[in-house]
Design a protein around this ligand. Structure first.
Ligand code: PXP
Length: 238
């Protein structure tokens, strides 16, 4: 079965909505690990809209599993990554106005740049992954650039209607086996939830699934009743 990487960016989203100290993603990483997370994923965005540099350094020092740092391929991020030394890095495209990562990297348009960028990170002994669409030309390019790993973008599959979900699933399956035959480690993520994850998890060579939104949404659903009850007890004047 694949490992589960839990993306905790949304915990930081709630904190940043008030610019306060809670909820603290570092504490929630600990809870995710208690629940069985095999790794903790955070995306340090250029605009720091959710995860902050402080979170990253504390997570590296405190988590018991592995830290997967998602980041754009910029010189600022490379400098930070070399200080933090996460277990692995997933390079993602980043646009300032997007709500979440839209689509995979286009490695074909920038092969030389990525070759230098990845080589430099690998010299610090960090495993480097590329978030790409399930397309053979991008997989070939990831291999020739020197990535150790790819993360296949499952967003199109997750957003597909029942009519074309099978077709999208086939694309991910074929891309997964294609990449595995090239000796690339294969992860997948984006939009995976409690309804659509099983089919992706059953791809035999799948190494890890990275899931954030649906897990945090489910945490609210299973936790809100208890948190209201606790507040009710506090104001009951007993
Ligand atoms: N993988 C990558 C590269 C991402 O950018 C994200 C979203 O931050 C995820 C996985 C997790 O996606 P979701 O929050 O939809 O589960």
């Amino acid at each position: 079965m694949p490992s589960l990487g839990v993306n905790i960016d949304h915990i930081a989203n709630v904190r940043e909505a008030r610019k306060t100290i809670e909820p603290d993603p570092v504490q929630f990483a600990f809870l995710a690990e208690l629940g069985g997370a095999d790794s903790i994923t955070v995306h340090l965005r250029e605009d720091r809209r959710h995860i902050q540099d402080r979170d990253l350094f504390l997570l590296k020092d405190t988590i018991k599993t592995k830290l997967n740092l998602e980041m754009a391929a910029t010189s600022e991020m490379s400098k930070i990554a070399k200080e933090v030394l996460p277990h692995y890095i997933t390079l993602v495209p980043e646009k300032r106005n997007e709500v979440t990562t839209e689509g995979g990297l286009n490695l074909l348009s920038n092969e030389d740049f990525y070759m230098k960028y990845v080589k430099d990170l690998k010299e610090s002994n960090i495993i480097v992954s590329a978030f790409i669409d399930p397309v053979t030309s991008q997989i070939d390019c990831a291999k020739s650039i020197g990535f150790d790993c790819i993360e296949l973008h499952t967003g199109t599959y997750a957003n597909s209607t029942l009519n074309n979900q099978f077709e999208q699933l086939q694309k991910i399956k074929e891309a997964s086996y294609y990449a595995s035959d090239l000796d690339l480690l294969v992860n997948a993520g984006h939009g995976l939830n409690y309804q659509n994850v099983k089919e992706i998890a059953s791809i035999t060579i799948m190494n890890e699934l990275n899931i954030g939104h649906s897990i945090v949404a489910r945490a609210l659903a299973v936790g809100l009743e208890k948190s209201v009850r606790e507040m009710k007890t506090l104001i009951s004047r007993k």
